[in-house]
Design a protein around this ligand. Structure first.
Ligand code: SF4
Ligand code: SF4
Length: 431
């Protein structure tokens, strides 16, 4: 976007590129509003759809369930159906770990690319690590942490390390959409008694409805096969109700639907629903908690958008003077040495010209005009000179410093200049 990655946290240059916008250190309020709106947005989504973030968007789950777990199944076989070629187990295990390592190495580099950009990363990987030891250590640490996480720690990260899981009890209510087991339909659970088949139905391979069984023999739809438990990455039994360990990945839904298909029952014994709906209550979507979350989110996001839209194209600031408050030049004028900080916020190069519209005031800088790269910030010394006679009786005067750019900025900064006491008759009063 605009020639940059959509997301680049450029720490060395202290810039954050976010979908075409470049945030600088002075944009901390915008950044804080962005982080705040992301968090409140997740709260609102959680209140509506449960732990959809954990199950479908969190990198921990996405990498684990859609990358590492399929690799593991490829080499080890499905859970409960281990590979039959026992003699090759050692080779399979070695190949699995080599694949894990290569995939993790790639992701660790990908993580580093978010901070330095893909071009820089591509240049670095073809050089010796000794030429950029800091970046190499960051990548190696990421590799080590990810290997530990995806190879060993796995769901413990969600259960022990992640604070979001702990917060879910506070974020959810009875009307939130969660992965739910239909107790009324599933219980009493247990292996089904086979219903007798009529000879005609048997010939055609038809199943006779279980509803014809006497009440004592009837069971709920759950046949207690435990496929939902076997497939659950956190190892819980969703039939026990909502638990903190449930990350909402919906794998138990797929497993149970497959079982229902096999036993000829309707799908959806485990499904997305709310506790209120499961209990037969009316479940309103709009409720006070959601209204509060959405209002706070709209406020934060709206304020961030306004600040982004009204950001000046450049930032200029007069910094405290250096050394003596003033000095006299050989020609008898008064000079004040100050520093000026310029930040180019545009995505194109900009030329800054510094001058003063105040009468009899001169501005000299080591380079004027100054050309700045997109996003570049520079602080440089500036000397303001003025006639001694223009100072007030107490030796001061206000001057304007004008900064103009070829990208449309024209800003006048007020500066309180100091000088010697002016004893000239008619000199202005205190300033
Ligand atoms: S997969 Fe379905 S039928 Fe099997 S134990 Fe779980 S809920 Fe019951
Ligand atoms: S209970 Fe179901 S949705 Fe929850 S973590 Fe286990 S498999 Fe995923």
């Amino acid at each position: 976007m605009g020639g940059r990655p959509a997301l680049l946290i450029d720490l060395p240059n202290r810039k954050f590129h976010f979908f075409g916008q470049t945030l600088l250190p002075t944009d901390t309020p915008i950044f804080a509003l962005l982080i705040g709106s992301v968090f409140v947005g997740i709260f609102a989504v959680t209140a509506l759809f449960g732990r959809i973030w954990c199950g479908w968007a969190c990198p921990q789950t996405v990498y684990m369930e859609f990358l590492y777990r399929p690799i593991e199944r490829f080499f080890d076989g499905e859970p409960g159906k281990k590979q039959k070629v026992r003699g090759a187990a050692g080779v399979r295990k070695t190949l699995k770990h080599i694949t894990f390592f290569l995939v993790t190495l790639y992701i660790a580099h990908l993580a580093l690319a978010y901070f330095v950009g893909v071009e820089t990363l591509w240049k670095w990987v073809r050089q010796s690590p000794l030429e950029h030891p800091g970046a190499f250590l960051v990548m190696a640490a990421t590799l080590g942490l990810m290997t530990f996480d995806f190879g060993y720690f796995r769901e413990q990260t969600c259960l022990i390390a992640c604070p979001y899981g702990r917060m879910q009890a506070a974020l959810l209510d009875r009307k939130s959409l969660i992965v739910s087991y239909d107790v009324r339909r599933g219980e009493p659970r247990g292996a089904k008694k086979r219903a007798p088949r009529s000879p005609a139905a048997s010939e055609e391979g038809l199943t006779v409805s279980l509803d014809i069984l006497p009440d004592a023999d009837r069971r709920g739809d759950c046949i207690d096969c435990r496929m939902c438990v076997t497939t659950c990455p956190t190892g819980i039994d969703i039939r026990e109700g909502l638990q903190m360990e449930c990350i909402g990945c919906a794998q138990c839904i797929d497993a149970c639907d497959a079982v229902m298909d096999k036993v000829g029952r309707e799908r959806g014994l485990i499904r997305y629903s709310s506790q209120a709906r499961m209990a037969g209550e009316r479940a309103r979507v709009l409720r006070p908690r959601l209204v509060i979350y959405l209002s706070v989110w709209a406020g934060l996001f709206g304020l961030m958008t306004v600040l982004l839209a009204t950001r000046p194209v450049a930032e200029v600031a007069v910094l405290p003077r250096i050394g003596a408050p003033f000095y006299e030049t050989p020609s008898g004028d008064v000079a004040n040495a100050i520093r000026l900080r310029l930040v180019n916020r545009k995505d194109v190069e900009a030329t800054f010209t510094v001058s003063s519209p105040s009468e009899g005031v001169g501005v000299t800088a080591e380079a004027n005009p100054v050309r700045l790269e997109p996003g570049e910030s520079r602080t440089f010394p500036l000397t303001i000179t003025m006639a001694r006679g223009s100072m007030s009786a107490r030796g001061a005067r206000d001057v304007l410093i004008r900064v103009e750019t070829d990208t449309g900025l024209a800003e006048d900064l007020k500066f309180h200049a100091l000088g010697p006491v002016n004893r000239t008759p008619g000199a202005k009063g205190p300033s």
